[in-house]
Design a protein around this ligand. Sequence first.
Ligand code: AMP
Ligand code: GLY
Length: 443
Amino acid sequence: MRVLAVGGGAREHAIVSALVRSGADVFACLKNKNPGICRAAETYHLVDESDVPRVVEFAKANRTELAVIGPEAPLEVGLADGLEAAGIPTASPSKSAARIETSKSFMRELLMKHKVRGSIKFKIADSTRDVELALNELGTGVVVKPIGLTGGKGVKVFGEHMMNNGDVLAYADEVFAKRIGGSARIVIEEKLIGEEFTIQAFCDGSKVVPMPAVQDHKRAFEGDQGPNTGGMGSYSQKGGLLPFLQKNEYESAVKIMEDVVEALKKEGSEYHGALYGQFMLTREGPKVIEFNARFGDPEAMNVLSLLESDFVNICQRIADGRLSNGDARFMPKSSVCKYVVPEGYGIKSLSGEEITVDERAIANTGALLYYASVNEKDGKVYTTTSRSVGLVGIADEIEDAEQIAENSLQYVKGRVHVRHDIAKKVILDAKVARMERVRRGGT
Ligand code: AMP
Ligand code: GLY
């Protein structure tokens, strides 16, 4: 099977590895020369991933029979539609279905209209007057989100980034003036209290096949300090739950995802692809923080490293609408991913710096290596402004998987930064204790 893979991060390296494991010949379109992807692919093309005509032309020229798109930007401009129109079945959502991620107002309104459980109170605002009205209605504990894509950096939370109504109004005005996220509109929503978790699922338009739950660590520095990032590392637990997440809570989040896929179908936007649900586990159960129209990064590295089933077959069934529950089996193991990022990542990344990656030593530690947004040139690897290398440990217990990932980190050298505390026992125990407090009505 000749498969097109779009994107050049660690998520896409994990996608490409899973495709190759299932016997695919991969043809890659990516904007940076990711050494892992370029080596695994039959051919690669360095190109703007959102340039639909050029990507479609490459896919046709290489007679690809299936496509998988990693990042959100090409989904937003309709790459899946372009590939389908060229006769290439695509395991990623159309431009219309991807609005579940690309428009935060579309997502909130869809959930409200279809009375999906897990919806929260929100208002859409495009003027100072609207913001004042929203604050009157919702109270001060709010979160402000630009409507469009901001790479995870546009969301501001009361009590963290905004301390009073004046701050909320000032940030809203800034979004309106600068059109942050591409439009002069925001969603203002209630602030949820609890622990966050992610469920990713394969969807074929109707059927939803969920994967193990994952928890990401978004803050740049240890102890969950510093700015929000794309994600510094993530873990999953044997059995598919998380230390603070119970089975009925996982199931209730999956039900929310099923309801969303059904709602999209009713609206004429059948969802084919991996769907990423970000939830807050509150006292009243899981509530929706956001949806992404793709795998998460780093979360893809957790689930795809554990996937035992044939990924090519899953992607074909996603595209054709033939998915069934038995199609996705995962190793009954825990996984921990730690990201190596350039110094300054989250504030001002040190890009263009050489790093060295001792692949053989990493393999000897038992960790899996996924290259991220790096560039290879003359056999050397250089950082960009985004994350550099993902290292994944797999073992029965989270603690052992964490050790494997941690041991491998010493073999990536250069001006880099890592959160060594990801998935450490102290952090996980604190999350369990916090969730117990939240369940009793505390914060
Ligand atoms: P998002 O880009 O929507 O995932 O938001 C980024 C981060 O902001 C999330 O991972 C949460 O930590 C936080 N956040 C977003 N929405 C809410 C909410 N309604 N209540 C509390 N925190 C939120
Ligand atoms: N790790 C969050 C995301 O992929 O958006």
